[in-house]
Design a protein around this ligand. Structure first.
Ligand SMILES: [Zn+2]
Ligand SMILES: [Zn+2]
Length: 389
């Protein structure tokens, strides 16, 4: 293959890294110019460090934050970048310090954490002291970049989390790499590491919803619907879902929601009071919208807990009248407040036992259809697109 020649999907899929020759060449999907589409080209990877793992990627999820990340790069004059951060694969090689993984292990990638700070050692790695540096620095833990242009040697940036996965092979830090049971279908497991974990973990690990409790969830995207599945798995009593998309609301009912409210057509506060006159035990917002958050707050029982997962550029304006004198707890939840090495295998086992059918959220795409997958993610026709690599 010479420079400029496009790489076919078959070539991509059949590609095997030549470990014996120690060439560390891989094929990666890159966007080099803002507004252009994905191209696939050979890149050169750096050598594996002692605490890193070389992974053959099997599938990569498209994250709803993906294109927002593209937009954030508008002002970056050096736009060469690698994409996607949700994915699963098979370990090909481990660095000398890696003890918990070996060649052939099935793994899912998740957020980075240092494993040493107070929050990491107390079981809250999602709130790691160096979270920003490890997850948003566009490089690997050690600050270097692990893919470079084969001909020019120019380094590729990562898309915001580490590592980026749209490649036949990637290098990941061992703390990002979670071993999962080998008997689960690896091609659908990638989203467990980010958006599914965010929703399911919020319900199971942070709010700790238990049998018979009531919860209202606003936002029926992949994270909100994962929260619905988790609430069903926890045997919650009332599970109400708020969204402006009636199709998504119907789908939430199929997944086990007991009530839905169309925020476009209905008065959310009034409907929530009708559904649960004594108030809800828990609230969870994915929308980041002040009006929706206030409606949920007004529908909670005294001493209830509400989680915030949404992001917004607008300031959050809380209606203090609905909030004060009721002892409500409002908390922002990151990464499902999970310990991924425990929680991701737990979710996989729940899936294998039919208790967490998150595969219903996933649409598989062939790699050649990557630009369609992104479009479908943006316009909402696919809840969670996954690219088969
Ligand atoms: Zn994401
Ligand atoms: Zn830490």
């Amino acid at each position: 293959m010479t420079k400029g020649e496009s790489i076919s999907e078959r070539e991509f899929r059949m590609y095997n890294i030549d470990l014996k020759a120690n060439k560390m060449e891989t094929i990666a999907g890159v966007i080099k110019i803002k507004g252009e589409k994905f191209e696939f080209e050979k890149t050169k990877m750096s050598d594996l460090l002692a605490d890193e793992v070389l992974i053959k990627i099997v599938a990569a999820g498209i994250c709803s934050k993906e294109m927002a990340m593209v937009d954030q790069q508008i002002h970056n004059p050096d736009f060469s970048i690698l994409w996607t951060h949700e994915g699963g694969g098979i370990v090909e090689k481990v660095g000398n310090n890696v003890k918990h993984l070996q060649q052939g292990d099935h793994v899912v990638l998740t957020f980075g954490s240092c494993g040493k700070c107070e929050r990491c050692t107390q079981g809250h790695p999602a709130y790691c002291k160096v979270r920003e540096q490890l997850n948003f620095s566009d490089s690997r833990h050690h600050g270097t970049h692990n893919h470079a242009d084969l001909t020019t040697g120019k380094k590729f940036h990562q898309d915001g989390y580490s590592p980026s996965l749209l490649a036949t092979h990637v290098i990941a830090h061992q703390n990002n790499t979670i071993k999962v049971p080998n008997d689960a279908p690896l091609e659908i497991l990638g989203p467990l590491g980010f958006e599914v974990q965010n929703g399911a973990g919020a319900v199971i690990n942070s709010l700790k919803v238990s049998r018979g409790k009531s919860i209202v969830i606003s936002g029926a995207d992949v994270t909100g619907l994962s929260a619905v599945l988790a609430a069903v798995a926890c045997s919650a009593g009332t599970i109400a879902v708020v969204d402006a998309d009636s199709e998504r609301l119907n789908f939430a009912m199929e997944l086990g929601a007991t009530h839905t409210i169309d925020s476009w057509e209905q008065n959310v506060s009034e409907e929530l009071k009708n559904i649960q006159p004594q108030g809800f035990d828990f609230g969870l917002d994915i929308t980041g919208r002040s009006d929706i958050i206030n409606s949920l707050l007004s529908s909670l029982k005294p001493l209830a807990e509400m989680g915030l997962l949404g992001v917004s550029t607008e300031p959050l304006e809380i209606d203090m009248n609905s909030f004060v004198s009721r002892g409500l707890i409002l908390k922002e939840i990151v990464g499902g407040d999970s310990i991924p090495s425990e929680f991701l295998p737990q979710l996989v086992n729940m899936y294998l036992h039919g208790e967490f059918p998150f595969d219903k959220l996933i649409t598989k795409y062939n790699l050649a259809d990557i630009n369609k997958a992104i479009k479908d993610c943006e316009n909402g026709s696919s809840i969670k697109p996954v690219l088969l690599i």
